[in-house]
Every structure is written in C-alpha cells, then in structure tokens.
Design a protein around this ligand. Structure first.
Ligand code: GDP
Length: 589
C-alpha cells in the first residue's frame, strides 16, 4: 500500500453506489455511515453532492476530489477578462425593501412615496411597473423594490441574492409590534441588513409612536436617542406627514454604508420578476447591481440567455443603458428566468448560450433525481424553522410498537423532531383518529388495520392513516417526508370487504370460504388481506371467486360468494377478507 492518500475523483455529484464501488466498500456501509451522520431520506441509489461525499469518504480513509469544471469557471470565460475594467468605484444609490406586519401600511407607504415624486414633477409619473422604482431626494437617489413583504425577500435570499441594502420596517403606531414585525427583524438581522423604522399611521387618534420605540428597542433596534443606532421616523402614509424625513433618514443610513459599484464593468444584476408576455416574449425585470447594462448586450440569467433587445425604465421610457441600482425591464431573453436569478452580461455569446443550456439540462436532472446534500437539506428545513412531525403508532405486537417507536424517534434531527404522540398494540380505532385529528398527527399502522368507523372518521377528519407491513418501509417514508422528498407513492384503494360465514374443505383445492360481501365489491383481480379481530393475518391474491356455481370476476355488496385464497386455508368464520387495488398518488405525508 502506498503511503499517499487514496483519492476518489467525482464530477460534482456521485451516486452512493458508485462512490462505494470506487472506494471498494459495500454500498450499505456507506449508507449506514451517512445515516449516522444525520442525512435522511437516502438509499443506495441516491445521488449525493461533493460535500456529503467528502464527509463520508474520509471515514473510509479516502479523499474526494471534485474534478467538475465549476460554473464560475465557465461563467468567467463567457464574461471575458474583466481586469481591464477594474477602474475606480463610484458611489451607488441604496436598494430598499419595505417590510412589516400585514395592514401596517407597507403598500400605502410605497404608493405615497411614488405619488409624492409624481407631484414633485416627474413627467408622466412612475407608470411602468419594472419591479422597483427610483426616487430623487435632496440627498441622492433611493431605489425601492416594489414588492413589499417578506416572501419576496426570503425567496431572494434563499436563492443567494442579497439585493437589499436597507430594510424599512413599517410599524403601525396604533398597533405596535406584531408577529411579522418580529419576523422582519429576524430576517434583517440574519441578513445583516440595517433597519430604518417607519412608525406609520401617526395621524390616527390611538397612535403612540413612543410605545413603538419602547417595544422595538429591546429587540435590537434601540433608537439613536437612547444611545442605539437605529433610525426611527414618524410618518403617515395617509397624510404624507414625515415622508420627506423618512427619505432623508434612508439616505443618511445609506451614506453610512458607503455603497459602491463600478459602472464601467459589464453588468451584473438580479432578476426581480420575470414573465412571459404574449406579444413581447420572455420579459425580465432586473435590478442592475453593478456595472452597466446596455441594449445589445449578451446576457445570461439562470437557464435563460439572449441579447438585450430593448430596455424600459420605471417611467416607461426606452433606455439604452442602465447603471448600478437601476431597475429596468428587458426584452430579448430566450426563456423566462426565475426571480432571484443573477443576470450577467457576457462577451462570448456562444459560451453564454452553452452555459444556459447546461444549466437547463442540470435543472432537469436535479428534478429527476434530487441530489441530496447536507446543505440542501438544511436549507430547505431552515426555511420552516423547527418542525414537529407527530405520529400515532399502532402495531400488532408490543415488540413491533417498541421497535418502530424507537426507530422513528431516532430519526429526529435538530430541525425536525419526530414526536410519538401515542403508541399501542391493536387495530387503529376511532379514538386513535380523534387523537390524531386533535394533535394534527399522522397515524402509522404496522400490520394492523382501522376498525369500526375509524377509516370513515379519518376520511371525514382529514387524518392520514398509513399502513405498513415492513418496518423499513415505514421508516423510509418518514425519513423521506422529513427531507421533503417523499415521492409519489403507491397506495391501496379499498374495493370492498367480505365476511367469512362458513368453510368448505374441498379435497386438494383447499378451503373455500363461503362469504357475504358486506361493503363495496370483491374483485377476482384485486389483492386481498385476511383480517381477524382487526389484525392482519394474511395477505395475497384470490385463487378463485364463485357466485352460485359460476366463476365470476366480481361480486357486489350483500351478495353471497365463495372465495378461494391463493395459498391460505386456515380461515375461521368471522374473518374479514378485505379486497383492494394499488394506485399511484401524490404523497401527502
Ligand atoms: P400593508 O398590508 O402593510 O401593505 O398595508 P396597506 O398599505 O394595505 O394598509 C392597510 C390599511 O391601513 C389600509 O386600509 C390603509 O388605508 C391604512 N393605512 C395605511 N397607512 C395609513 C396611515 O398612515 N394612516 C391611516 N389612518 N391609515 C393608513
């Protein structure tokens, strides 16, 4: 053995199977290692990313080398050498997002600012919706993103676009801090974006602007007057009071940030919105963040590329170029990019096109076999904060209850906690369903079935009952659900049930059960399950279905029939033969 490190080469991602083969170990050993590392929802055919591969390979004494040409490298080639343009930076105007609790006046404030600038003499006014608009103040220009609210902001952030320089937090003076106010503060703090507080609705009789300062101060937004560094501004979107002051405060905050860009470089921007216009084709509203975008430029944004055919600004004017912090609507893309995609101007049209196509192929592949990455999983779950998956477990024997409940509890991660609300032996009862409904839990049945009215109650209450007869399958589904990766599942569609009344032993054939179909119908082609006192005792197919003396393909409710099971003879009067079909449906766990 050489003393050199053993190296596995992969291109960006690798299937668990291949990785194991290259290291000369068993795929199941790699799988177990990954599970132990807390990766959920995987099997031996899963595709894992380079980071996860590196992590697991090191445990086997291997190094992973990612030999894929990175997108950045390709992009760099497409954009061309930029060093020649590395000139001095110029100041740029701030990009502002308005956030706050619903009904506290975000939209009114944005409208008021827009209108006051119309009054200030912009010919024609801000008529065109291009995703953002600029406002001129005595202290400089401010760019406001048009869509207030948290979703747009978090979506952009989730896609890696940090478009916002300053957040204006709108808080109604007559209501005070509310859940979404706190949420906005958390977003701002985690993105390290400074906040200017607009205390709105000060015209209202119940307004108490000082109270807002008292409430927000302890949340990390101590006002300047108290020795903190957060700017507050009392405004009324209704009367216009304080609006000019707010704009000044935003400019003041912006000055402190020393925002800069280089207008001489090829443009970089962020897609704020994009859509397919029937007449004009793909249309993207872009905020240029650095450099200058010009008509005729070749651009790439996500999986779209093209040559900028026309640009329009927020005043509805055709413009030939757009510098840093300028919003424009552009035409000429091959496709509709996604909000949050970064747009780059490129010198090399062929390379830009090739990259866009490569991205599209990759996006298709990702959808087909979502590669698992530790970071990806974490990201998806982080969006929802801590999640709790509540389960009610029912199984045929105590041993299974214990095995299942400890296996499922162990799946808990710090993001998703599996909470076994209740676990017990026996069929799934109405009581279980009621509990599940109250606790917003899912019922997991192992080798047991719903009895009495449990199934119909579950349907009425919207409670999900999932039945399994392999522990691994139950664990696997829960893991997949936790990772948000649950694939469409094949579920059974009940057809009907028959009760065994009498038994006839017929020579070599076996035992024919004289039955009464008590609900739905029993089909010769269906699958069946033999249930005794609510517990499944056998599962299989029908070998023969007879009505009087005829072989038939199906028997309806309240009809007597003879059923011969394919490979089971130890039936007893009172047993229930449940008949069902398998059907593929979208997963909802
Ligand atoms: P958003 O949900 O935060 O966008 O809130 P809106 O802008 O839709 O405003 C919610 C309600 O508050 C509307 O009925 C507005 O007319 C009202 N409103 C907004 N700003 C003011 C204000 O400064 N004073 C008063 N009196 N009402 C306001």
């Amino acid at each position: 053995m050489s003393a050199r490190k053993k190296v596995v080469k992969i291109e960006e991602q690798v299937s668990l199977h291949t990785l194991a083969a290259r290291m000369g170990v068993k795929a199941t050993d790699v799988l177990l290692k990954l599970l132990a590392l807390g990766v959920t929802g995987i099997h031996v055919n899963s595709v894992i990313d380079a980071d996860a591969a590196k992590l697991v390979a090191s445990d086997f004494g291997w190094d992973v080398e990612d030999v894929a040409v990175t997108e950045e490298q390709i992009l760099e080639h497409a954009r061309g050498n930029e060093e020649d343009e590395a000139g001095p930076l110029s100041p740029r105007s701030p990009i502002v997002t308005v956030m706050g609790h619903v009904d506290h006046g975000k939209t009114s404030l944005l409208d008021r600012i827009r209108q006051s600038k119309v009054a200030a003499g912009e010919a024609g006014g801000i008529t065109q919706h291009v995703g953002a608009y600029r406002v001129k103040t005595s202290k400089g220009t401010i760019t406001f993103l048009d869509t207030p609210g948290h979703e747009a902001f978090t979506e952009m952030r989730a896609r890696g676009a940090s478009l916002t320089d300053i957040i204006v937090l709108v808080v109604a003076a007559d209501e005070g801090e509310r859940p979404q106010t706190r949420e906005a503060i958390r977003h701002a703090q985690s993105a390290k974006v400074p906040v200017v507080v607009a205390v709105n609705k000060v015209d209202k009789p119940g307004a108490d602007p000082e109270r807002i300062r008292r409430e927000l101060g302890p949340l990390g937004l101590a006002p300047e007057a108290w020795g903190g560094d957060t700017l507050y501004c009392d405004v009324s979107a209704k009367t216009g009071e304080g609006i000019e002051h707010l704009l000044e405060m935003i400019s003041l905050q912006a000055e402190m940030l020393h925002l800069q860009a280089n207008p001489k470089r090829p443009a970089t921007g962020t897609v704020v919105e994009a859509l397919l216009d029937r007449g004009k084709g793909p249309l993207a509203r872009v905020l240029v963040t650095d450099g200058t975008l010009r008509t005729g430029d070749v651009v790439i944004a996500g999986a779209a590329w093209g040559r900028v055919r026309a640009m329009t600004d927020e005043l509805g004017r055709r413009v030939a170029e757009a510098g840093p912090s300028t919003p424009v609507e552009i035409l000429g893309l091959s496709d509709v990019p996604k909000a949050g995609d970064t747009l780059y101007a490129a010198r090399d049209q062929k390379k830009a096109q090739a990259l866009a196509e490569a991205r599209r192929t990759k996006a298709g592949k990702v959808q087909a076999s979502t590669p698992l990455s530790l970071a990806g999983l974490a990201g998806r779950l982080a969006a929802a904060g801590q999640l709790e998956l509540r389960l009610i477990l029912k199984a045929d024997v105590q041993g299974s209850v214990e095995a299942l409940s400890s296996a499922l509890s162990r799946l808990s991660t710090d993001k998703v906690r599996v909470n076994i609300t209740h676990a017990g032996v026996g069929a799934v009862t109405e009581g279980d369903v009621n509990l599940a409904s109250a606790a917003k839990a899912i019922v997991v049945g192992f080798n047991v079935r719903p009895t009495g009215k449990a199934a119909s109650l579950a349907e009425a209450e919207g409670v999900e009952i999932r039945s399994y007869d392999v522990i691994y399958a139950a664990i696997d589904d829960v893991m997949k659900a936790m990772a948000g990766l649950l694939a469409p599942v094949v579920v059974e569609k009940p057809l009907g049930a028959a009760e065994v009344r009498e038994l006839f032993k017929i020579g070599k054939l076996g035992t024919i059960a004289g039955c009464m179909v008590t609900s739905g119908s029993v089909k010769r082609s269906g699958k069946v399950r033999l249930v005794r006192d609510g517990v499944k005792v056998w599962e299989g197919k029908i070998a023969g279905l007879r009505r009087v003396k005829e072989d038939v393909s199906s028997v309806e409710r309240l009809t007597e029939c003879g059923i011969l099971l394919d490979g089971y003879s130890a039936l007893k009067p009172g047993d229930v033969i449940e008949c069902y079909e398998m059907q593929e449906v979208a997963a909802t766990l």
